[in-house]
Design a protein around this ligand. Structure first.
Ligand code: NAD
Ligand code: USQ
Length: 404
């Protein structure tokens, strides 16, 4: 396997769009630590969603300015910062002209499926923000930096849950005696997940039409808090969402266990997804940058390390909690989503391993440390934010105030 090496990496200047978020902040620090020149581009809209919905990260997080100052004082390394919305092309063009990236890692989207299903205005916001933002990035690359490699965060949810094995981006089909390799069918099941499908189509087209080089990272659900770099100082601490809108399955279960809230399995709990540790998110992005796609190539990697059903996650968290003396129950919450609750799931994920990914598989010690973080910060948990309150079926055109 090709490993990360300084010779393999031609890209030196990396722009991280969404670099103030959960995956983006960890990745920005990781790449800076590996001596890439890093610029963060972020509108800080995620901090605004939290204010608007009355949510907060489990962990206290510093302002982006203090985060960057702290990193500089500890390591001597500079992170450049551009605050603005990538849907504003004038702003994005300036960042490209001033920073001249060799690679752009694009995390900067509205990433919550429940948020996109609150009401019409949030559905439209999500698709506009994500699709137009990505389209602007493609135009900026074409206009100002045509050799630049786009590393785009997609999602495993683009594929849905088909009753056949999921391939990495493409499937070879024989139909009426003729054979072709075609994009793998997409069956997303929220306006958020659909925005990623639309992005993938736009990226694939511009690779063909303009010769853009791109890697679509179809990432599974991310869990965990610490990476080597964010653990260096409390001001570098990452965000950790546990609420019903932005919190994701395993992270939520650990917080629920720490405050004695029953684990919230939606419906039958057979929903199976790919999962990965945030330490592997940063490793995967580094590998993608160090081994760029060719001009005109639209490369797709499935970025996860293990599959679990939500019932399996609940069992793992219950066992780990018992070892810490916590008593944990699981309840079945009526499923607020429209999704298969019992289904076949077998998704390929070999391409990043071939590039040298060394996975951190979900272990007792990781669960133990996540539960201990949750216990450490449990006074910050607002238990009213735990149960889901966004329904896929009840979405309407009326602007909705989400109050727990
Ligand atoms: P996040 O909400 O923590 O971070 C996203 C960041 O992007 C925020 O800081 C936000 O302010 C910024 N942003 C959003 N729209 C922007 C715009 N128009 N202009 C500039 N900045 C903008 O999300 P995350 O969990 O870090 O996810 C990052 C990416 O990874 C997303 O694209 C998401 O779809 C994908 N992903 C996340 C997970 C997960 O489990 N967290 C799993 C698979 C894929
Ligand atoms: N679920 C529960 N109980 C909970 C929370 C979730 O049973 O308390 C179930 C959901 O119904 C779903 C599964 O767990 O079947 C995953 O839900 P999630 O909220 O953890 O993740 P999801 O909505 O799919 O979105 C997250 C990220 C998104 C990313 C996606 C990757 O927010 O940005 O794209 O994971 S994937 O799931 O592979 O599409």
């Amino acid at each position: 396997p090709r490993k990360i090496s300084s010779e393999a990496s031609k890209a030196k200047r990396v722009m991280i769009i969404g670099g103030d978020g959960y995956c983006g902040w960890a990745t920005a620090l990781h790449l800076s630590n590996k001596n890439y020149e890093v610029a963060i581009v972020d509108s800080l809209v995620r901090r605004l969603f939290d204010h608007q919905l009355g949510l907060d990260s489990l962990t206290p997080i510093s302002s982006i300015h203090n985060r960057i100052r702290c990193w500089k004082s500890i390591t001597g390394k500079t992170l450049q910062l551009y605050i603005g919305d990538i849907c504003d092309f004038e702003f994005l063009a300036e960042t490209f002209k001033s920073f001249e990236p060799d690679a752009v890692v694009h995390f900067g989207e509205q990433r919550s499926a429940p948020y996109s299903m609150i009401d019409r205005s949030r559905a439209v916001f999500t698709q506009h923000n994500n699709v137009i933002g990505t389209l602007n990035v493609l135009f900026a690359i074409k206009e100002f930096r045509d050799e630049c490699h786009l590393v785009k965060l997609g999602t495993m949810g683009e594929y849905g849950t088909p009753n056949i094995d999921i391939e990495e981006g493409y499937i070879t089909i024989t139909h009426n005696g003729r054979t072709d390799t075609l994009p793998y069918p997409k069956q997303a099941s929220s306006f958020y997940h659909l925005s990623k499908v639309h992005d993938s189509n736009n990226i694939a087209f511009t690779c063909k039409a303009w010769g853009i080089r791109a890697t679509d990272l179809n990432q599974g659900v991310v869990y965990g808090l610490r990476t080597d770099e964010t653990a260096m100082h409390e001001e570098l601490c990452n965000r950790f969402d546990y609420d019903g809108v932005f919190g994701t399955a395993l992270n939520r279960f650990c917080v629920q266990a720490s405050v004695g809230h029953p684990l919230t399995v939606y419906g039958k709990g057979g929903q199976t997804r790919g999962y990965l540790d945030i330490r592997d998110t940063v490793q995967c992005v580094e590998l993608a940058i160090a081994n760029p796609a060719q001009p005109g190539e639209f490369r797709v990697f499935n970025q996860f390390t293990e599959q679990f059903s939500v019932n399996e996650l609940a069992t793992l968290v219950t066992k780990a909690s018992e070892k810490l003396g916590l008593e944990v129950k699981t309840i079945s919450v009526p499923n607020p989503r429209v999704e298969a609750e019992e289904h076949y799931y077998n998704a390929k994920h070999t391409k990043l391993i071939e590039l040298g990914l060394e996975p951190h598989l979900l272990s007792d010690s990781l669960l133990d440390s996540l539960l201990n973080f949750a216990i450490q910060f449990k006074d910050r948990v607002d238990t009213k934010q735990i149960l889901p309150n966004v329904s896929w079926r009840k979405i309407g055109v009326k602007p909705k105030t989400v109050v727990a």
